[in-house]
Design a protein around this ligand. Sequence first.
Ligand code: 1HE
Length: 262
Amino acid sequence: MSLVTYEVDGPVALIGLNRPNKRNATNEALIAELTAAIERAGDEADAGVLFGHGNHFCAGLDLAEALDKYSGKIPPPRKRKGNPWHDCFDLLARGPIPYVAALHGAVVGGGFELASAAHIRVADESAFFALPEGQRGIFVGGGGTVRIQRIIGYSAMADMMLTGRVLDVREAERLQVVRYVVPPGGALEKARELAARIAGNTADTNWKITNVLPRVNDLSHSDGLFMEYLTTQIGRTPEAAARLRQFIEGKAPRLIADSKKD
Ligand code: 1HE
């Protein structure tokens, strides 16, 4: 049985972690399948949804496999080949298409790191968030020091890691981890709706949002403005011109608050 499911629905790729009996705990084989699915989605879709099968999004690092490594049962590699977790999550975060993560149940450790690589997070009320590495005697290794810390800040991350505090969905929403909270069982549907909406943008603008914006966030004020200027100079596509013309000719829908839409 596949550890990751892959499906395309129109312009949206649906990627599901599929190891529910182990709460979608992430081992090397799962990371390899996830990487392949993300590569495929980048070719075949305009937006992606990442979700977990079963009652949890992801229980993080496979602790059984980790034990085999820490106890020497799996020997360390003779040559270092980089970090497949980093490569996989970076491909998700800075690949050709945006991702919405649909979260429920456990979003912990490496599962939280994976969710933080998505561009938007939707969670249902069953979701809880933790970084229990301190309790396991290990450290975050899936990019959490960079991504989670940039979302919630050092203070909240240090608290979670030092005390083992488990956040509920509302606490996660206050820390900007989660942008949409939905009733239990509703995360996937909401994520699919958002992904379909995102897929309606031009691929060029979506790429700039997911690849330029986070890099600007890492720059100084003046380098950031320069990068923004350069970005506006590339990709003046016929598709963009057609969209601008549509608005000028009164053919594009006018903007109204989402809360006022039926
Ligand atoms: C696992 C894992 C796992 C469950 N690795 N096997 N992550 C953690 O420290 C989270 C550990 N997991 C839990 O706290 C709980 O399992 C859950 C709250 C997620 C779910 O509880 P529950 O009662 O639904 O399930 P369970 O009975 O605890 O687990 C069901 C099975 O999944 C069981 O195996 P079984 O063979 O006895 O049925 C568990 O052993 C197995 N299982 N979680 C391996 N994580 C890149 S660095 C990132 C570092 C980290 O991610 S640290 C955080 C690790």
